[in-house]
Design a protein around this ligand. Structure first.
Ligand code: GYE
Length: 303
């Protein structure tokens, strides 16, 4: 189905699948790797991809989804920038009989008929792994500052929740400040600079992603302190720049979050378009890294 004879894209006529994908943005190394994975997997599967970047704004994502409905794509996939507020636009897709796949991030809606499946990580579990490391690898009082992802995003909400659950095991670990740094390096740096001015005796930074942790490293160095030693750093993602900082000892522990979802997404899309049953939840498998493990893993790291 090379599109000969009037199949002007948009899911009509031939058997080429057209997918509309509404991406969150390009805020982090994770997101860049995720976008690349989706574009490459679509190409490999022969799926025609319409791709949009919402620059971390929900209204842009809603507009993109609406335009995919108008273009009558075969399937819509998106990674919701925040959890709430999706019902109206997803109802439009449902009424147009266009299946929706959530990828990477979930939505908060009572109506589970609005999407076919959700492919992505268990963010609560990631937060727990971060908290568990801190509980098991430190002694004595720990004053923690937290750099959150963007307000209302599933990974920000869940990574906070899982972390808090685990550190509850120790009375002497306390989150003394917590602010959103929007999953960006610049955001992490700015919030960390403010924390260093306002909050005495910081022992630990818990950043919801590598990029914010890398921004925090810059702020800590600028304040004349040694990242990884004077102030310990725990992050989530395990992108290359994060792993390099971990190998150097500037980050102490990283919880992995796998961005390479493209192939699984295309497989799910093919099934959903063919009307086959798919599981309603597909969880990504992932691990954690210490500094030694980062050194060993880096040479083969793809992103
Ligand atoms: O951890 C962060 C990105 O939704 C899992 O979004 C994703 C998160 C990822 O900006 O780096």
């Amino acid at each position: 189905s090379a599109g000969a004879g009037g199949g002007a894209g948009g899911g009509g006529g031939d058997d080429t699948i057209t997918m509309g994908f509404a991406q969150v943005g390009a805020e982090s190394g994770w997101r860049t790797a995720n976008t690349k994975s989706i574009q490459e997997a679509a190409e490999a599967a022969g799926i025609e991809l319409k791709f949009s970047d919402a620059q971390q704004r929900q209204e842009n994502q809603i507009k993109a989804i609406r335009s995919y409905v108008q273009q009558k794509v075969d399937v819509i996939a998106f990674s919701p920038v925040v959890e709430t507020g999706w019902d109206p636009v997803l109802l439009e897709a449902k009424r147009a009989n266009i299946p929706v796949i959530l990828t990477d991030r979930a939505i908060d809606s009572e109506d589970t008929s609005l999407y076919k499946t959700f492919l992505g990580s268990d963010f609560v579990e990631e937060g727990k792994k971060a908290g568990k490391w801190l509980v098991e690898n430190t002694t004595g009082p720990q004053r923690v500052v937290e750099l959150q992802g963007n307000t209302g995003a599933a990974p920000a909400i869940d990574r906070k929740k899982g972390f808090e659950e685990e550190i509850g095991a120790r009375d002497d670990i306390e989150i003394v400040a917590s602010q959103p740094g929007d999953f960006t390096r610049a955001g992490g740096k700015q919030v960390m600079e403010a924390f260093l001015r306002s909050t005495p005796n910081i022992d630990v930074v818990y950043a919801h992603n590598d990029d914010m942790g890398l921004g925090a490293i810059e702020a800590i160095k600028a304040a004349g302190k040694v990242p990884g030693k004077d102030i310990k750093i725990i992050t989530v993602d395990a992108v290359k720049a994060g792993m390099e900082a971990l190998a150097k000892g500037e980050i102490n522990f990283i919880v992995e979050c796998n961005p390479l979802l493209g192939e699984q997404l295309m497989e799910l899309a093919e099934k959903v378009v063919a009307g086959e049953e798919v599981p309603t939840r597909v969880v990504t498998e992932e691990g954690t890294f210490t500094s030694e493990q980062a050194k060993a893993a880096l040479p083969d790291r793809k992103y």
